[in-house]
Design a protein around this ligand. Structure first.
Ligand SMILES: [Zn+2]
Length: 246
């Protein structure tokens, strides 16, 4: 499917009760990362979005809820979302992530093809995806939406009226574009041409706790300044390597 496909519509919001989407949001690590478990209780399976920092906590949480982790979905390959060495950031040490997860559970790893090269050593466990592709999880379907800007292969996941947005869209903010591979013009396009076209009632689940656990997309369209700006203002706001977020 083309990368240029318009962002797909979400499936209808499910009825409350045991058939509801399984969703857990965990704030892990010192950078306020949100890690998500998304799945189907009845089917007993879930995916993990951006496994990093505390792999034991992630695996045990799914186990305690009676679900098996079948896949890891990567919003983008920065180390605070997938783990890895911190040498690139001029720091010592390593963040646990996808590698440690695969040491504990058998799972496929879904990464946008533009960032496949940044995840090495996972062989056939790695699946390259493109915008518009779907991944079934029990009775639910997760749709991949390519949203470059923070990184070239940033992607969001749409499932059952929820948007897991990684570092593309935050509550009242957006991801920075001054890191390697960042592109403010692409970010503006991703925000205004892809994410802003999703229904107002879509629940926003961001990749960091910079402004609370969740928001409603309609509120962001009205109040998030980065969704209000034309391209010129946006480039000026993001320009000069300015760091937008703390
Ligand atoms: Zn990032």
């Amino acid at each position: 499917m083309s990368d240029e496909a318009v962002a797909p519509r979400p499936s209808p919001v499910s009825d409350p009760g045991p058939s509801e989407l399984y969703l857990r949001q965990m704030e892990l690590g010192p950078m306020q990362n949100f890690v998500y478990l998304v799945g189907d209780r009845e089917a007993g399976e879930c995916v993990v979005v951006d496994p990093a920092w505390e792999i034991d906590t992630i695996v045990r949480t799914a186990e305690a809820d009676g679900l098996r982790i079948t896949s890891a979905l990567v919003t983008h390959t920065h180390q605070d979302h997938v783990g890895g060495n911190l040498a690139d950031w001029g720091m010592p040490g390593r963040i646990p992530g996808v590698e440690e997860l695969l040491g504990q559970v058998r799972a496929k790893v879904y990464v946008h093809r533009a960032e496949r090269e940044f995840l090495r050593g996972f062989g056939s466990d790695l699946v390259q995806v493109e915008s518009g592709m779907d991944l079934p999880v029990g009775r639910f379907t997760i749709t991949f939406i390519h949203t470059p800007g923070h990184t070239p292969g940033s992607q969001c996941f749409l499932v059952d009226g929820r948007l897991v947005s990684g570092d593309t869209l935050f509550i009242q903010a957006c991801g920075r574009t001054d890191l390697p591979g960042g592109d403010p013009a692409e970010m503006h396009r991703s925000l205004t041409q892809r994410l802003a076209r999703l229904p107002d009632h879509t629940i926003l689940l961001p990749g960091h706790n910079y402004g609370g656990p969740q928001s409603i997309l309609g509120d962001e369209k009205r109040e998030n300044p980065f969704l209000q700006m034309g391209l010129g203002d946006f480039l000026r706001a993001m320009g000069g390597g300015r760091i937008v977020l703390p």
